[in-house]
Write a protein that binds this ligand. Structure first.
Ligand code: 13P
Ligand code: SF4
Length: 357
């Protein structure tokens, strides 16, 4: 960052972003995930959850897509857009620790082991969108697909209806909560531990499984507890608890509802006035929702009273967006995310299967 930028005030940064947005017009499209901090979120041409943003990325004709989200989201956008379009991650260090838990070589090893007991045509990999492009490509090659938290039920149903066993990765909690919702008992959802020195599931466990869960998780969504639900209900006995499906099963089962970020927003927006909500997901979304709902006489609180921020989403500051916009204006875009051609086609196949479902 140059010294010129260090001396800019927040207001000056905001004004320069707005001026550049106007100047670059239809050449750019800014996508903001709900977990962004408000200072950055406000500049989005579209804002939403992972599913909505990937749909917008597949539709936009803009030459440059600035993705205020994390690395896997920008990769997905690059897979879904044409070769003439460029996807920029304003802060190149914004990753997702859960996506990093599914390493492509570990996935290939797991697949090889599992398919030594179950014919490959009876196995289907489903990767949560929070995964690398290489993992998505593997799913495409193996006739699998991708899901988001908004469509996991539909996608897993699609696989189970074909009578196949699912390998669900990387989020064990989304996989388990989805399986439970669809009536799959826990005994038929064994946990595959990719970091064990030797395979941790036996032939029998694999043969009996309906969904094999990868041992990954989101550190933000694992910060919610049964104690927090009890404390919330004590404070407001009439309160409703709603959590994201990346939250562990025992907490989802005690909550009144669970859903993707867009479902959480939708349910609370449609709730009666004077209702009280405790929300188990990322704090920037909860604070924004609380502010909006206050005007409608609804009380919204974070379920976790200590901060549950996604620290990597939080890395994208307005100054990063400004620097990215300036680089586009100078015809020398920075932080361009490019998925290698050899994995793009298979990853596209996997993502497109999801978008068609
Ligand atoms: P959504 O799919 O609900 O947008 O969630 C994305 C995410 O990263 C949740 O941790
Ligand atoms: Fe990844 Fe969790 Fe952040 Fe979502 S909230 S981007 S899963 S680390």
């Amino acid at each position: 960052m140059s010294n010129n930028h260090i001396s800019l005030t927040q207001q000056e940064i905001t004004n320069q972003i707005l001026d550049l947005k106007k100047e670059l017009g239809n050449d750019i499209c800014i996508l903001s995930h709900y977990y962004q901090q408000d200072h950055t979120f406000q500049f989005g041409d579209f804002s939403g959850d992972s599913l909505y943003l990937s749909q917008q990325a597949s539709k936009t004709k803009a030459k440059y897509i600035l993705f205020c989200g994390v690395h896997f989201m920008a990769e997905s956008a690059d897979i879904l857009t044409s070769d003439e379009q460029q996807v920029i991650l304003p802060n190149a260090s914004a990753g997702c620790s859960m996506a990093d838990m599914a390493d492509i070589d570990d996935l290939k090893d797991a697949w090889q082991y599992m398919s030594s007991f179950v014919p490959e045509q009876n196995l289907v990999p489903i990767a949560y969108i929070n995964s690398s492009a290489a993992v998505k490509a593997f799913c495409g090659e193996k006739q699998g697909t991708i899901c988001t938290s908004a469509n996991a039920n539909k996608v897993v149903t699609w696989a189970l209806k074909q009578g196949k066993k699912v390998l669900f990765l990387p989020d064990q909690h989304l996989g388990r909560n989805t399986g439970t919702f669809l009536g799959v008992p826990n005994e038929k959802m064994p946990l595959w531990k990719p970091t064990e020195p030797a395979p941790n599931l036996s032939k029998q466990e694999i043969e009996q499984a309906q969904i094999m869960l990868w041992d990954g998780y989101c550190s933000v969504h694992c910060r919610f507890s049964i104690g927090q639900i009890e404390a919330a209900k004590k404070m407001y006995p009439q309160a409703k608890i709603i959590v994201h499906p990346e939250v562990p099963q025992e907490i989802v089962q005690l909550a009144d509802d669970a859903g993707s970020t867009s479902k959480i927003i939708d349910i609370i927006e449609k709730a009666p006035t004077n209702s009280v909500w405790f929300v188990g997901t990322e704090i920037n979304l909860v604070h924004r929702l609380a502010k909006q709902m206050k005007q409608h006489n609804k009380l919204v609180f974070p379920l976790n009273p200590s901060v549950s921020v996604c620290s990597t989403m939080y890395r994208t500051k307005p100054i990063d967006l400004l620097l990215a916009l300036q680089s586009i204006k100078a015809n020398n875009p920075i932080n361009v995310i490019t998925v290698p051609q050899d994995i793009k086609a298979s990853a596209y196949k996997a993502l497109n299967t999801m978008l068609q479902l």
